[in-house]
Design a protein around this ligand. Structure first.
Ligand code: FAD
Length: 397
């Protein structure tokens, strides 16, 4: 009982998992390879299914202070900005027990990190990379590399929360077919000072612009002084090997998609965009092997078109904590198997639904016209309710 569960990776998944494990009475040791834990400068939408978990972990007050709650999502035709539907998000708390929130990623990560550091059952070490492990049956030996040198730790279990390029997954599944594969789209991300944006795009609302082979999402962050912009371009291969481009260059890219002048103007307000080719891996039939399991992007990297990757990592963490609470005396390998069993179908369903959403968002020609007609005909509330299964936490498609 006293050997900790080691979690490789202090991303949103790993830190939430540590809090959930500690909540079930287990010790957790989080090892993060980066010398300082820091998220990318970008926004993150946290849907009610994940918000409920974070609130149960005692974080509600901190979350409410750091987040904005967009009143609505406005779905717009990208070529002229015409409003196709407005999804009223203020219904979320009553329907699904938590609001839709948007965070600066670094703010959410710091909330999780502070809570983890304050918990007596959790230790977080930076600059500690999990290099390898050996399954010893009732325990796992973990080789850790730090700037002071390498050492081996013994743990009751190892959770690979080491992201979409997980080395722990590669070690569990050393097959070429499992290597990360380009998902056929890449993202450009930037934060824009809201003062530079056109007036009608500055409120506490999210916007989704649909273009043939592309879409753009933007929403305000913090006190509304920043706008997070994510541009997704469908490309058979990443068209750019450049890691960053100026706002003017990226606005130029969007002009080729015949984007509305107001949208190009907003996009052009950013100093710099960072390029993010999207990668996926096949859905796994097995997430664990003895006392080693996977969590978050390591288990189920997905395209971000339903804004659910981090939410699914948070759900994984919750399921892991519940599995330990339900049968605390079972061997860790059995508890990990129960956790994987509880999560696999839902995470795979969400990953598939995310890919489908990308196809819908990127339709061209008459199919795009038909989609826009359907969006208008359905209206905002029916569109929101199409994803109610996601926010309720069901495995329905
Ligand atoms: C453009 C874009 C927009 C997105 N928007 C949303 C959104 O709005 N809402 C949402 O829910 N999701 C969104 N996502 C998905 C979300 O970002 C990810 O699903 C989520 O960050 C995954 O968290 P994680 O903890 O599993 O992995 P990561 O965040 O990748 O963390 C993994 C950590 O492990 C560390 N690590 C790696 N290897 C080792 C090792 N060997 N030893 C120790 N540490 C190691 C890494 O340094 C890192 O800190 C988006 C993704 C993209 C690309």
């Amino acid at each position: 009982m006293n050997a900790p569960i080691v979690i490789a990776g202090a991303g949103i998944g790993g830190l939430t998992a540590a809090l959930a494990l500690a909540g079930s009475g287990r010790r957790a040791l989080v090892l993060e390879q980066a010398p300082v834990i820091a998220e990318v400068g970008a926004g993150l939408q946290i849907a009610p299914n994940a918000g409920r978990v974070l609130a149960r972990l005692g974080l509600e007050e901190a979350l409410a202070a750091a987040a904005l709650e967009p009143r609505a999502v406005n779905i717009r035709r990208g070529r002229d900005g015409d409003l196709l539907a407005r999804l009223d998000l203020s219904v979320a708390r009553a329907r699904w027990g938590a609001p839709f929130r948007v965070f600066h990623r670094a703010d959410l990560q710091q909330i999780l990190l502070r809570a983890a550091r304050a918990h007596p059952l959790i230790e977080v070490r930076e600059g500690a990379r999990v290099a390898d492990f050996r399954d010893r049956g009732a325990q796992v030996d973990i080789d850790v590399e730090t700037t002071q040198g390498a050492r081996t730790l013994s743990a009751a279990g190892l959770v690979g929360a080491d992201g979409g390029r997980s080395a722990i997954r590669a070690r569990l599944l050393p097959v070429e077919a499992d290597a990360p594969a380009y998902a056929g789209a890449s993202a450009w991300r930037a934060l824009i000072p809201a003062g530079r944006a056109p007036d009608f795009l500055r409120g506490v609302e999210s916007h989704l612009w649909l273009l043939p082979g592309a879409h753009v999402v933007h929403y305000p962050l913090r006190d509304g002084g920043l706008i997070n912009v994510v541009i997704i371009l469908a490309e058979t291969a990443p068209a750019s090997t450049v890691a960053a481009r100026s706002g003017a260059e990226v606005a130029g890219l969007l002009e080729a998609y015949r984007a509305a002048p107001a949208l190009c103007a907003l996009i052009g307000c950013a100093e710099t965009y960072r390029h993010w080719p999207l990668y996926v891996r096949p859905s796994l039939t097995r997430w664990c092997h003895g006392p080693v399991t996977l969590l978050g992007d390591a288990a189920h990297p997905m395209v971000p078109f339903l804004a659910q990757g981090a939410a699914q990592a948070i759900e994984d963490a919750d399921a892991l904590g519940r599995a330990f609470s339900a049968t605390p005396r079972e061997p860790v390998a059995r508890i990990f198997a129960n956790y994987a069993q509880a999560r696999r179908a839902r995470a795979s369903a969400v990953a598939r639904a995310s890919s489908r959403q990308g196809h819908i968002d990127h339709l061209r020609g008459p199919l795009a016209t038909a989609r826009d007609f359907a969006i208008r005909a359905l209206g905002g509330d029916a569109l929101l309710m199409r994803n109610a299964w996601l926010y309720r936490g069901e495995t329905l498609e």
